[in-house]
Design a protein around this ligand. Structure first.
Ligand code: PLP
Length: 477
């Protein structure tokens, strides 16, 4: 009785990626109410700089239409529904995009198209560039949401380009050529290449040479290049981020700009995923026009546009926010990697994003996906931490795990580290009696001192969550 989309499993909800979230939701960690619960480290959320935004909002009551100072604009803002968006909003977003890229490049406000998060932006871009059955190449490991966002309703296919740990998962022309040729042999019509820079899950940045080789490749093959730059401003340390927008400006780069499209969002760089602000920035006029019409299905509320227009055109605030965010992320990254290094756990060296790509290959019983999932189940059920297994990111080498570290306060990080240390020690001391296994949980409790100024109840699910419990439901319960 229902459509193929409705009865199919294209959403990908049945995967360890989402199962981990469900395990967390059933038994969420709380420093006082549920100390032995699951710690959510599977959610790429940036909560480290929320206080900076809160301060700005408090100091600018006129920026909101829901305050006595801003209510005079209520009628105009609440009635506005043009799919071009508020001009001040597009200007402010173009300004923020440039600042998040170190002001080395500018963006034209007229090319900014809105969507419901980067999730919506990817789907709209796919609808504009490909027909059902067509395919995009995607380097692995990649963000699991792409399987839903690009494929589910559009009928697009994703063809993996295998990247390996031997060169730190760097994308090579050889890997691109191999995937391209293989797809051709299978009669798959390739329409584009999707890259994520900085990478989720790796937290690494693509260097200029790689980006230039990518531009050369897509021009030679005459296919589109979609660049997900959602973490452009979520970078701490060297090497700095280079946007595709900078590369195509370079003198020695020959490029048909009609093939270049950027997907962006404020979910990560500004830490406001609930606002659902996604951006399609295309250099192709026809794509801009079509995407704008399609944006009717995923407009950003004008109330949100109005608030962000003020916030993001405040240059002093934007620069301070980005600097502070980078500094806090770097500090957290160092805290976590150092803690892991002390117990012999290595991570891929990275300097961007909200996560680590942790190497647990030495803890696998066998080098297989089954063994990876077995280890992941132990981590969820015994260590009580939700991390995401590499196989859910289509990583072709078992034993890698993505660990998010920016969606909690320092004390929760400390609890997570202590649990991991305890687990690794047990594993290396080999097969400890079951009774001893639980000891770490109670001894941990004694040692925990948590920062009361941060509320761990704030650790809520993403709007993409398959779970029914939204923050709002929680607040009204
Ligand atoms: C690489 C990447 N693209 C897109 C998204 C979706 O972002 P949004 O919340 O803006 O829809 C995410 C979210 O984690 C992501 O990591």
């Amino acid at each position: 009785m229902l459509s193929k989309i409705a009865i199919g499993d294209g959403h990908g909800e049945e995967s360890p990626y989402f199962d981990g979230w469900k395990a967390y939701e059933k038994d969420p960690f709380h420093p006082t109410k549920n100390f032995n619960g699951v710690i959510q480290m599977g959610l790429a959320e940036n909560q480290l700089t929320s206080d900076v935004i809160e301060q700005w909002i408090t100091s600018k009551p006129e920026a909101s239409i829901c305050t006595p100072e801003g209510a005079k604009d209520f009628m105009a803002i609440s009635n506005f529904q043009d799919y071009h968006g508020l001009p001040v909003f597009r200007n402010a977003v173009a300004n923020f995009m440039a600042r998040a890229r170190g002001n080395r490049v500018t963006f034209e406000p007229d090319r900014i198209v809105m969507s419901g998060g980067a999730t919506g932006a990817h789907e709209v871009t796919a609808f504009c560039l490909a027909d059902p059955g067509d395919a995009f190449l995607v380097p692995t490991p990649y963000y699991p949401g792409f399987d839903r966002d690009l494929r589910w309703r559009t009928g697009l296919q994703l063809v993996p380009v295998v990247c390996e740990s031997s060169n730190n998962f760097k994308l090579t022309t050889k890997a691109l050529e191999e995937a391209y040729e293989e797809a051709k042999e299978d009669n798959i019509k390739l329409k584009g290449l999707l890259i994520t820079n900085p990478s989720n899950p790796l937290g690494t940045i693509m260097d200029s040479e790689t980006l230039k080789s990518v531009v050369k490749f897509i021009n030679e093959k005459n296919i589109h290049l979609v660049c997900d730059e959602i973490y452009a401003g979520t970078v701490f340390g060297e090497p700095g981020f280079t946007s595709i927008a900078e590369i195509i400006e370079e003198q020695d780069v020959e490029c048909n700009r009609d093939l270049i499209h950027i997907v962006y969002s404020l979910s990560k760089d500004l830490g406001v995923p609930g606002f659902r602000v996604g951006i399609i920035y295309s250099y192709n006029d026809d794509v801009v026009n079509c995407a704008r019409k399609m944006s009717s299905f995923g407009l950003v509320s004008t109330q949100t546009q109005n608030l962000l227009a003020s916030m993001l055109s405040d240059d002093e605030f934007v620069d301070r926010f980005l600097t502070e965010s980078s500094s806090r992320l770097g500090k957290r990254y160092r805290l976590f990697t150092r803690g892991l290094a002390q117990i012999g756990i290595k991570c891929l060296q990275s300097n961007a994003g909200l996560f680590l790509w942790m190497d647990l290959r030495h803890l696998l019983k066998k080098q297989s996906v089954e063994a990876e999932i077995e280890l992941w189940k132990t981590i969820i059920h015994e260590v009580k931490i939700n991390v995401s297994p590499g196989s859910s990111f289509h990583c072709n080498e078992p034993g890698w795990f993505r660990v998010c570290y920016a969606n909690m306060d320092d004390s929760a990080v400390e609890v997570a580290l202590t649990r991991i240390r305890s687990f690794v020690r047990q594993d290396t001391e080999t097969k400890v009696p079951a009774a001893k296994k639980l000891c770490w949980q109670s001894s941990l409790k004694l040692r925990l001192s948590f920062n009361k100024s941060r509320n761990i109840d704030d650790m809520v699910m993403s709007p993409h969550s398959p779970l029914p419990q939204s923050p709002l439901v929680k607040a009204t319960m």
